[in-house]
Unconditional design. Structure first.
Length: 505
């Protein structure tokens, strides 16, 4: 089922230079603090606050935090707009932003787009094959979607990739390593699912049912990424549906569930360890999981899990990561409606075939939280949580006392993780050998890499060296004797591909 849209008003905008954003904390924003849950702990840290009335982190990607400016530290894209400065009662001017991490734990929030009416969803990917992370975002009341081509140096070129429909919202990306072969998919509240191809510079309409929430995953295990979405943006009128992708062709629409509810936000991941991708959504304060029974056109078994919140039908979002490092996917629920609590973690007990999930309140304040992201923000392997609390961007650093070398929050390390999602932004290098010769440490790869990021720690956890090199050989000279740990990453937004403890005599 596909409609070809022959003529797209694709436009190339001007090169956008960086614009600084105030980092003044407003009086309605919560303080930095340590949050202790029954099985985890987090450090809530303020990043910045645009003057806008809302700040949204609505994304399909589990690992939206990426090294966008190529300085070896991950950055955070988001959108924000200002209801108080509205052009009309329903028009909110705003921008796409990036919180660039300039040094460990320090961020500079920058406007990276032109001004638009109600910017909404955001995602990342290398869409033109130049090795830099580009952005894509929807502008709901402009009825348009845009990409921001990364020119380096915090400079971007804006390009419209589609207009029309009505109120574009959730974004997803496919084939982000393919450069010109990359594709962007997005839903809108008139019920259209659009697909933009960088190969043909054209947009197609995949179906006329998707309105709210979007996930792109391989749900039938055939190696091709399929789509899952919600069909309704009103109370008790929506379903969750999917379409299978086979050799470039989409199947007809099939139901995940026929129960009509106000589903909002869609994610897909393996939650019960059977290597089949399950589907997650939420309706107010209730999270629903549909467990995948397998097949070319899978059927699903529904289970519901309360968050313990008092939210009713307002917009909620979900995301997934192994937050407690026990090998299974936990669910993060957020609520856009200024009720308490506003962020809850549903902790997976690992039972099969249908796990139980225990709600633990991460954010007990009554804030508007439209979407959350998870990612590896600092230099450990524990998944951190990123959210907008009213108008402020916050990071909940994961400080859970676990041996983080065992953490694999997105399942990247074993390639059989929570979700059969996009391939890593850069190919994982293969190690040829590792040697310690005197006070020199040598790591050689089987082939050259464009970006080897490394961190060297002393045995007491102190950072000794950090840097990046290109090529196939990393060579470090260590002057002082002692025990050390070397961690090497192919991209700061992903996990270490090499970690080794050694002794310098």
């Amino acid at each position: 089922m596909m409609w070809i849209i022959a003529s797209i008003p694709t436009t190339i905008g001007p090169v956008l230079q960086r614009q600084d954003v105030s980092t003044v904390r407003l009086k309605d924003l919560p303080p930095d603090t340590t949050i202790h849950l029954s099985s985890m702990s987090f450090s809530r840290t303020f990043v910045c606050a645009p003057k806008d009335s809302y700040l949204w982190v609505v994304t399909d990607r589990y690992d939206i935090v990426h090294d966008i400016d190529d300085n070896g530290l991950v950055d955070i894209p988001f959108t924000a707009a200002d209801e108080e400065d509205s052009w009309s009662s329903t028009s909110w001017p705003g921008y796409a932003y990036v919180a660039f991490q300039t040094s460990p734990g320090n961020f500079s929030c920058q406007i990276v787009s032109n001004q638009h009416d109600t910017p909404y969803g955001v995602s990342v990917g290398d869409f033109n094959g130049d090795g830099r992370e580009d952005l894509v975002f929807s502008s709901a009341r402009d009825n348009a979607a845009y990409t921001l081509r990364n020119n380096g140096g915090w400079s971007f070129t804006e390009q419209m990739i589609g207009s029309g429909g009505g109120f574009p919202n959730h974004m997803a990306v496919r084939n982000v390593d393919a450069g010109p072969g990359a594709e962007v998919l997005y839903t809108d509240e008139n019920g259209y699912l659009y697909q933009y191809s960088y190969t043909t510079s054209s947009r197609t309409r995949v179906n006329t049912l998707c309105e709210e929430g979007l996930a792109v995953e391989d749900i039938n295990g055939d190696g091709e990424q399929d789509v899952v979405c919600g069909t309704g943006n009103g109370y008790s009128v929506g379903r969750v549906i999917y379409q299978i992708r086979t050799s470039g062709t989409w199947s007809s629409v099939r139901n995940v569930t026929t129960a009509n509810r106000y589903y909002h936000g869609i994610k897909a991941a393996d939650l019960n360890g059977d290597r089949r991708v399950d589907i997650v959504s939420c309706v107010g304060a209730t999270v629903y999981v549909w467990y995948n029974n397998g097949g070319t056109y899978p059927t699903f078994t529904e289970r519901s899990y309360p968050t313990g919140a008092s939210a009713s039908s307002n917009a909620c979002e979900v995301t997934i990561a192994d937050l407690d490092c026990d090998g299974d996917g936990d669910i993060v629920w957020s609520f856009y409606g200024s009720r308490s609590p506003s962020i809850v973690i549903l902790v997976n007990n690992g039972a099969t075939p249908y796990p139980s999930f225990t709600p633990q309140v991460l954010e007990g304040g009554a804030y508007s939280v439209y979407g959350v992201a998870v990612g590896l923000v600092n230099d450990d392997r524990k998944a951190d949580i990123i959210a907008g609390l009213n108008t402020g961007l916050y990071i909940y650093y994961n400080t859970t006392p676990v041996l983080d070398s065992l953490c694999d929050p997105f399942g990247i390390g074993d390639n059989e993780g929570l979700a059969t999602k996009e391939d890593p932004i850069r190919t994982i290098p293969q190690v040829k050998f590792f040697k310690v010769i005197g006070k020199d440490v040598i790591l050689e790869l089987t082939s050259p890499s464009e970006n080897i990021s490394f961190s060297l720690y002393s045995s007491d956890g102190r950072l000794v060296q950090r840097g990046r090199v290109k090529g196939s050989v990393l060579k470090l000279h260590i002057s002082n004797s002692g025990a050390y740990v070397l961690r090497v990453r192919y991209d700061k937004g992903h996990l270490d591909f090499f970690s080794k403890a050694f002794v310098i005599k």
